[in-house]
Design a protein around this ligand. Structure first.
Ligand code: 9MR
Length: 381
């Protein structure tokens, strides 16, 4: 029996991660396999975007205005590797909407121009989210909620029509909430309170009307692991997607946030792969969004840490890229110099986190190799 790359990795990573890891051993029992070589060798000199493009995949990352305007070395590394730019914060309401009647596109327009100048696609994140909203939004009432929502989406989506690849129309309507509603919808958010779940449908329809050519995406997190919470979240996301389709909402893709943790042994390849197949079976594309690998619970040793982070990237991407509906891989930043995990998920020993393809010194790490290797091994779209 010839093993697929996925099966090979399955055993290799199991050996590395130890007992708690869930895998389907039925396919691989009895065969001597090894984990990826310690230095994650890559062939050739191609950048990440070139390796991805060779397989019909887009590689890109989140970038923010501050880092890209002030740090030219970083901007160069970013442009060399990315075929797509996602503004990390600049398209959120808090950034765009200083007041109910004003839109400020200064920083997002700069990023759109930077993307264009370097031949990158530009992607929108996000039109509706429960976080990073301006204070004045709290004054919205049940009477004007729909109008406020539609005006925002219509104005922003039209502003970028013709120069945007895709929009995260709604972000995290489900999985951020740990409560026990049957449909798992995050019901304490302001939009839910004012418009019930209809806000999701309204948002997609407004985006589709404003730009019929943009790919419209539902983006959510906590979909990766084999935990009770993530299992429920995956089921709830599938139901939400079905509901949106039944309402004739224009939805074209699911964004699966990849905030991974290198010490978490609960990634179940089969369950995750099956989930992606189900989404693909609904006629939707899939974008792997917001990918990064926390090293918070790993030992201090740099080599051990970098290898474990790289292995996590390689395993995850090898499983996911096996699904041909996956059209994009987007890391949440390019360098450890600029990552939200520095503040949101620091190490207890205070060592700088090493979670993205490039180190804070802007040198490639094994994580870069791991991503490159996953693209090189991926089937063509
Ligand atoms: O990385 C983003 C960070 O800089 C912001 O302070 C934060 C709040 O707006 O959002 C972070 O990005 C989040 C993304 O927009 C949605 N999914 C979770 C991401 C990490 O918190």
């Amino acid at each position: 029996m010839k093993l697929s790359r996925r099966q090979t990795l399955q055993l290799g990573f199991g050996a590395f991660l130890g007992a708690g890891c869930a895998h389907d051993m039925s396919q691989v029992t009895g065969l001597a396999l090894s984990e990826p070589p310690k230095d994650f060798p890559v062939k050739g000199q191609l950048s990440l975007k070139q390796r991805a493009a060779a397989k019909g995949i887009i590689f890109g990352a989140a970038g923010n205005y501050q880092a890209l305007t002030q740090d030219t070395d970083y901007a160069q590394v970013f442009a060399e590797n990315c075929g797509m730019l996602v503004p990390e914060n600049e398209l959120k309401w808090a950034a765009l909407r200083p007041s109910p009647d004003r839109f400020d596109f200064t920083s997002s327009d700069w990023l759109a121009q930077f993307a264009k100048q370097h031949g990158m696609l530009f992607r929108g994140h996000t039109l509706v989210w429960n976080q990073s909203n301006p204070e004045w939004l709290k004054d919205t009432t049940a009477q004007n909620a729909e109008q406020v929502l539609i005006k925002h989406i219509d104005t922003v989506v039209k502003h970028y029509a013709g120069r945007i690849h895709s929009w995260d129309v709604v972000n995290e309507a489900i999985a951020a909430d740990w409560s026990k509603r049957d449909d798992r919808l995050h019901f304490t958010t302001q939009w839910f309170k004012l418009l019930d779940k209809n806000y999701i449908d309204i948002a997609f329809k407004a985006a589709g009307a404003a730009d019929p050519n943009a790919m419209l995406v539902y983006n959510d997190g906590y979909l990766n692991y084999d935990t009770p919470h993530d299992n429920e979240a995956r089921a709830a996301v599938l139901k939400l997607l079905e509901w949106l389709k039944s309402r004739n909402a224009p939805i074209h893709a699911l964004g699966v946030q990849g905030h991974l943790d290198a010490a978490d042994k609960r990634f179940n390849q089969k369950k995750f792969r099956d989930f992606l197949s189900e989404v693909a079976g609904m006629g939707l594309k899939i974008l792997l969004t917001e990918l990064d690998v926390s090293d918070r619970y790993l030992p201090a040793d740099l080599e051990v840490r970098d290898r474990a982070v790289a292995q996590t990237y390689e395993e995850y991407l090898s499983v996911a890229l096996d699904e041909r509906a996956v059209i994009a891989v987007l890391t949440w930043g390019m360098s450890d110099r600029y990552t939200w995990l520095t503040n949101y998920s620091p190490r207890s020993d205070k060592l700088p986190v090493r979670v993205l393809p490039y180190g804070a010194d802007l040198r490639r790490k094994l994580a870069w190799n791991a991503i490159a290797r996953a693209f090189d091994a991926a089937p063509k779209r």
